[in-house]
Ligand binder design. Structure first.
Ligand code: GDG
Length: 750
């Protein structure tokens, strides 16, 4: 790819240069003709003089002796020279005394004399063009020389044409060849010095030159001082403008990408694609998947315009991609490129449903569902990881892209990419929890997975607790050097930083907020749509229909609330949005049926005509419908049994600009470490959760405001741009460090 690009660039430069040279050569042809003609005319004149001088004595003698036959023989002999066309002899009073066979009868002596005196004495004859020259023949009589006649010499000019054509061909060839050589040399010199300059300037921009006195190109030294000073000024200005605690937003992330990863390519790899094209009766429609990962990574990609590699899973996906399986997204205003990878049913079954979701997902969540490990799934997982790794290598424009690997579907990919692109900066983010070493130890391929993950430059988890679990797991199963102080693991001469980066959401912008319906209107619409009591206390849950989300536990809590406080019967309604997910797996299907049966049982127990305490909406909802539901709710229930972070609770907080609503949050969700003002519960403790629901349902408005205001300022500040920004800033620092180390090594080796 890089070679092709360089070639294209060179051609872009070379072609115009060659065209210009060839044009110059052709444009110079008339000038060349003039020049050669002038040379040859001068040459002919002197030749004419020479011939005339040579003939002069013999002609004078013959004239004086009146021996015309001798003259004729002399002239015929002389015109055997191919360049001498004809000779004529004129008397002083312009009579033609003698001439050779080729002499044009129509050319009178007077005419010939007049013509020869002109600057361009050419005469057009039927046989070609001739040059006319007139030379006096003098007789040496006693006293003074006397004019006996004039020799008229007609030189054939066709040989000049022939020679001029030869000269022209030769000169054009020479100029073109010279042009090619000059272009080639210019190209090589330009390439070398451009690379040197670019490399040098980039190094300076990254600050390498500041720390290393040996610059990549010595001629950059004066520029370096200038640039460094300017950069320091700019940095100061930037810091002053940002302030120490400036909030993270898309602009700040973009500026970080520009300064710390200046111009570096960003490639994201995930299983789930951010946009799915589905075939429908009305044509192709675009869907956004229900996925915390997509919710978080999408705004980052929009900010840095990179390439996102993901499994093309939609029924219409193949119809919209180009020849390289790429499509620009978001579809309305493309901001980055989505590269789709096609998987066979078998691959999807083994890699995605099998190893990732029946093995890794329950293994990491420890949610009392036994992980299933099959050899064939592991094989498919390895194969698909390799296919995605190859796609990363193919998409990379240089040797050191920044690769953001997402989640447990790609534990092996970091080492696979590292093998082909040793200079790449690989950031792997693990969106789900990491268990303790004992729990992880049941995986038959635990070492392979750890080795694969340690191909990463930076390995991110949501919490310090998950980082600690990971480091302990490596300590237990691999021969690696761990530096707890720096949170790094050295394995096979490669270092990996293990750090916590709590993920979040994009804080809604002014335009989005302005588009929201007022809270009262949202409430009215939801009540109307779902047929709820007008004075309802509305609790909502929004999740993928997954057994780790604690949906059964929260229903038990609702049931217990109604048992303990019957005054809520008829007034308290719990609406659960459960977006279908992984329904191809038996574990999920049976879980979804259990939830449905439980909802039915509670509704039978406490329901009345026109009232059902539990409303299970087991379908995918549009983003706006979720916003409306969140804004209509009094309580949001998040009772995950184990969750890396959980974004639903943050989304609920973000849309409550009225400062109303209470969040009930599981202590086993990563989010519980940040959102202290929520009502934190142990979802396994039904009584505690039911009490939290009671407290939420009766919480005074002032307390709600106070808690919500504090929660909102946390989520606003700790937003998704901060998540990405911190990770990418660490990557930038890491890249700078390794570049300096490489230079030091080179320097020491010299
Ligand atoms: C993993 C980790 C971590 C849900 N239903 C619909 C819908 N959703 C959206 C939510 C939210 C997202 O899906 C779910 O995010 P979570 O964070 O709750 O959970 P996971 O999908 O399990 O995500 C998790 C996350 O990665 C990020 O790192 O927080 O711990 O498990 O955005 O709103 N969206 C739409 N329709 C639905 O029906 N449009």
């Amino acid at each position: 790819m890089a070679v092709l690009k360089t070639l294209r660039l060179q051609l872009r430069f070379l072609l115009p240069l060659l065209v210009a040279l060839v044009a110059a050569a052709y444009l110079s042809v008339p000038f060349l003709d003039q020049l050669t003609l002038r040379w040859f005319s001068r040459d002919l004149n002197s030749r004419g003089m020479l011939v005339a001088n040579a003939l002069s004595d013999s002609v004078a003698e013959a004239l004086q002796a009146d021996r015309s036959t001798r003259l004729k023989a002399l002239f015929e002999r002389t015109t055997q020279d191919e360049r001498l066309f004809a000779i004529g002899l004129c008397s002083p009073d312009n009579r033609l005394l003698q001439s050779t066979a080729g002499y044009p009868p129509a050319l009178s002596c007077a005419e010939a004399v007049t013509l020869s005196a002109q600057a361009d004495p050419r005469l057009q004859l039927t046989g070609g063009t001739v040059n006319v020259g007139s030379h006096p023949v003098l007789g040496m009589l006693p006293g003074s020389p006397q004019l006996l006649g004039r020799l008229i010499l007609l030189h054939d000019l066709s040989f000049i044409d022939r020679r001029s054509q030869d000269t022209r061909r030769y000169l054009i060839g020479l100029i073109t060849a010279l042009g090619v050589v000059i272009a080639f040399i210019t190209m090589v010199v330009a390439q070398l010095s451009w690379r040197g300059w670019v490399k040098g300037t980039r190094a300076l921009m990254r600050g390498e030159g500041i720390l290393t006195p040996w610059l990549p190109a010595p001629e950059l030294a004066p520029l370096a001082t200038e640039l460094r000073a300017r950069l320091r000024d700019l940095e100061d200005e930037y810091r002053r403008a940002q302030g120490p605690d400036a909030t993270w937003n898309a602009a700040r992330l973009r500026s970080l990408l520009r300064t710390q990863l200046s111009g570096d390519q960003v490639i994201v790899v995930s299983n789930r694609e951010p946009y799915i094209h589905e075939r429908s009766d009305g044509g192709i429609i675009v869907k956004r998947p229900a996925s915390g990962l997509v919710t978080a990574v999408e705004p980052v990609m929009r900010a840095c315009s990179g390439t996102w590699i993901a499994h093309g899973s939609g029924s219409g996906d193949r119809e919209v991609v180009d020849a390289f399986d790429r499509v620009g997204v978001p579809p309305a205003h493309p901001e980055y490129s989505l590269r789709r990878i096609w998987l066979t049913e078998e691959e999807e079954q083994g890699y995605y449903y099998g190893f990732a979701n029946e093995g890794m997902w329950p293994l990491c969540h420890v949610a009392h569902v036994r992980p299933v490990f099959r050899e064939s799934d592991w094989e498919a997982y390895r194969k698909v990881n390799q296919r995605f790794a190859d796609a990363v290598v193919a998409e990379a424009r240089g040797e050191d892209p920044v690769v953001l690997v997402q989640d447990y579907h790609f534990a092996l990919l970091p080492a696979m990419v590292r093998e082909k692109l040793p200079q790449a900066t690989i950031l792997t983010f693990w969106h789900i929890p990491w268990p303790n070493p004992e729990s992880f130890g049941i995986c038959p391929w635990r070492r392979e997975i750890l080795r694969g993950m340690l191909g990463s430059t930076i390995l991110g988890f949501h919490t310090r607790y998950h980082c600690k679990n990971f480091i302990e797991t490596v300590d237990r199963y691999l021969e690696a050097r761990i530096e707890h102080e720096h949170s790094t693991i050295s394995y096979k001469q490669k270092e990996t930083l293990v750090e916590s980066y709590p993920i979040s959401i994009e804080w809604p912008g002014d335009a989005e907020v302005a588009a929201w319906a007022p809270v009262d209107a949202c409430r009215r619409r939801v009540i109307e749509r779902l047929g709820l009591p007008a004075d309802v206390c509305l609790a909502v849950g929004v999740d993928r229909f997954d057994y780790t989300k604690g949906i059964i536990e929260r229903m038990h809590a609702v049931e217990r609330l109604l048992e303990k406080s019957p005054e809520w019967i008829g007034r308290f309604v719990f609406v659960q949005v459960a977006a279908p997910t992984r329904s191809a797996l038996e574990e999920y299907r049976s879980f979804q049926q259990r939830v449905q049966r439980l909802a039915d049982r509670i509704n039978q127990r406490f329901g009345r005509p026109g009232y059902e305490p539990v409303r299970l909406l087991a379908q995918h909802h549009e983003h706006d419908a979720l916003t409306e539901l969140f804004r209509a709710a009094d309580i949001c229930i998040v009772t995950s049994l184990h969750d890396g972070m959980n974004l639903v609770c943050k989304e609920f907080i973000a849309v409550r600009d009225d400062l109303r609503g209470v969040l009930v949050l599981s202590r086993f969700a990563g989010a519980a470490r940040e959102l202290n003002e929520a009502l934190i519960v142990n979802p396994y403790h039904v009584e505690e959760t039911a009490d939290a629901l009671q407290r939420a349902a009766t919480m005074p408005e002032a307390e709600q405001r106070e808690r919500m205001a504090s929660l909102r300022s946390t989520v606003r500040e700790f937003n998704v741009y901060r998540w990405a920004g911190r990770m990418l800033a660490d990557a930038g620092r890491w890249r700078l460090r390794s570049r300096i180390e490489a230079r030091v090594r080179r320097y020491q080796a010299e």
